[in-house]
Design a protein around this ligand. Structure first.
Ligand SMILES: Cc1ncc(COP(=O)(O)O)c(C=O)c1O
Length: 362
């Protein structure tokens, strides 16, 4: 009998999310656990976004605007792009999947970084698109020369998250520009800027200013991180109108809910709220990095709202000990199995981590 699913589907490993606080508390019978595992905004969303979502909930019996018109108009103005150059997704994650399904098939090839955001590899595996995973330098820093060398005549997609999850590091403006300039027209480069708002290095720049360098450049943004709207699931892509047109044909008709659209729009109108979070993240990122370095672990230079912490030993036992202390962080498999990814939380949450880590390392 024919198997229920094709072998490439059977081989897919399910996505492992950060452990929910409630789950840990239930398992250990404890209260007050702290989650520093999913790179969420610990301040929560803008009150304006909450009010807009509440207002939109009066219309829950209606389908959402399938074209996200108001949000589209707002973002087109914000980025100085055409309204037809924006595609929306149920989180930027859906757009990653849509890009793969729309643009590539098993006769194509893709290039991704290793490690980089786990969902690029997942979507490519599900679509049965062969890929080359290019190791980051020292496991932490983008190697765009090696990414370029990995291109094949049939390479269709290249994914770069900048800053990179899980390493928190970034690729500089000059290097990204040179990479895009040298990339054949047959390739679609996807620059995923989920953590764009947290990047403050002088040599960091959004790829939105590089669209003239490659006609197929796709830039992804999300409302899940700096905007604090992870539960609502809204993200968008900026790309040329041809790519957007194809994404729109392939996506499900009402893929971004009306609460998500309303809250995202209102959040854009509250830049002060986001600035408060970005400022807090920056100062806590500096403070926690220094404190971690002082206890003898290494911290990659972070441009994001999380740290990639090298323990110099297998990370799994330390992760388990932290869990027992009520602190949830994020472990990874090889090549990052000696690292933990630790989100920047509220000062008290970060203090809790700093208080229990020496014991977990002992
Ligand atoms: C680099 C990167 N891209 C995309 C996403 C997906 O975010 P969302 O689907 O919530 O927009 C994440 C989430 O962690 C991420 O780290």
């Amino acid at each position: 009998m024919k198997p229920l699913v094709a072998s490439h589907i059977a081989a897919v490993k399910p996505y492992v999310p950060g452990k929910p606080v409630e789950e840990l508390e239930r398992e250990l019978g404890i209260h007050g656990a702290v989650k520093l595992a999913s790179n969420e905004n610990p301040l929560g969303p803008s009150p304006k976004a909450l009010a807009a979502a509440a207002r939109a909930s009066a219309e829950l019996h209606r389908y959402p605007d399938a074209h996200a018109h108001a949000l589209r108009v707002r973002l087109a103005a914000l980025h100085g792009v055409g309204q037809g150059e924006l595609a929306f997704g149920c989180g930027s994650n859906e757009l990653i999947d849509l890009l793969v399904r729309t643009l590539a098939d098993p006769s194509d090839h893709a290039v991704i970084g290793a490690p980089s955001f786990v969902c690029y590899g997942m979507s490519l595996r599900i679509a049965n698109v062969p890929m080359t995973e290019v190791p980051l330098r020292e496991g932490l820093y983008w190697d765009l020369d090696a990414m370029h060398a990995a291109l094949r005549p049939n390479t269709k997609l290249v994914f770069i998250d900048n800053p990179n999850n899980p390493t928190s590091t970034h690729v500089s403006k000059g290097r990204l520009e040179a990479f895009l300039r040298a990339l054949p027209r047959s390739v679609v480069p996807v620059v995923d800027e989920a953590y764009f708002e947290f990047a403050d290095a002088t040599d960091y720049a959004s790829a939105l200013g590089m669209r003239h360098l490659h006609e197929h450049l796709v830039v992804l943004r999300t409302f899940s991180k700096a905007h604090g709207l992870a539960a609502l699931r809204a993200g968008y892509a900026v790309a040329n109108a041809e790519i957007v047109g194809y994404l729109d044909r392939v996506r499900a008709p009402f893929n971004v809910g009306s609460l998500a659209q309303a809250a995202a729009l209102a959040s854009l109108d509250d830049p002060e709220h986001m600035a408060r979070y970005v400022t807090l993240n920056r100062s806590e990122r500096t403070r926690v990095s220094a404190a971690l370095t002082a206890v003898g672990v290494s911290v990659a230079p972070s441009q994001a709202n999380f740290l990639c912490v090298g323990l110099g030993r297998p990370a799994a036992p330390v992760y388990q000990k932290l869990l027992r202390q009520g602190v949830i962080v994020r472990p990874f498999g090889t090549p990052l199995d000696r690292h933990l990814r630790i989100s920047i939380g509220l000062p008290a949450e970060n203090d809790r981590l700093l208080a229990v880590l020496p014991q977990a390392l002992a």
